[in-house]
Design a protein around this ligand. Structure first.
Ligand SMILES: [Zn+2]
Length: 111
């Protein structure tokens, strides 16, 4: 499936939703696609992410590696997109198999 190209404005607008995990799978794919191809928006995401996580983790004492954190969040998002696509492919294959089975049953009943 072709990924819709979103504008930088849309991508920037999606950043808070990305961080709150409230994007739909389709939105997430479009967002990730844009972020991976647009250094400006990736930079903006880094900044917003670092600020948000930084504020949330001020109370924690452990070492903070926000950049690694962001990379992990991005790769988790990619993973979840990959799983989603694989699941959809599996659903298509299952449908095809069901159709083949139906045809076989029809053919057998005609013999
Ligand atoms: Zn952009």
């Amino acid at each position: 499936m072709k990924i819709k190209e979103i504008t930088c404005r849309d991508a920037i607008h999606s950043i808070p939703h990305f961080m709150d995990h409230t994007l739909t799978k389709t939105e997430l794919r479009e967002f990730m696609h844009h972020i991976e191809n647009c250094p400006e928006c990736k930079e903006e995401l880094s900044i917003q992410y670092l600020v948000k996580q930084g504020l949330e983790e001020l109370d924690d004492n452990g070492p903070i590696d926000l950049q690694a954190d962001l990379e992990r969040t991005l790769s988790e998002a990619k993973d979840s997109i990959r799983k989603h696509i694989r699941f959809r492919n599996a659903a298509i294959i299952a449908e095809l198999l069901a159709m083949v089975a139906l045809i076989v049953i029809l053919v057998l009943s005609l013999i």
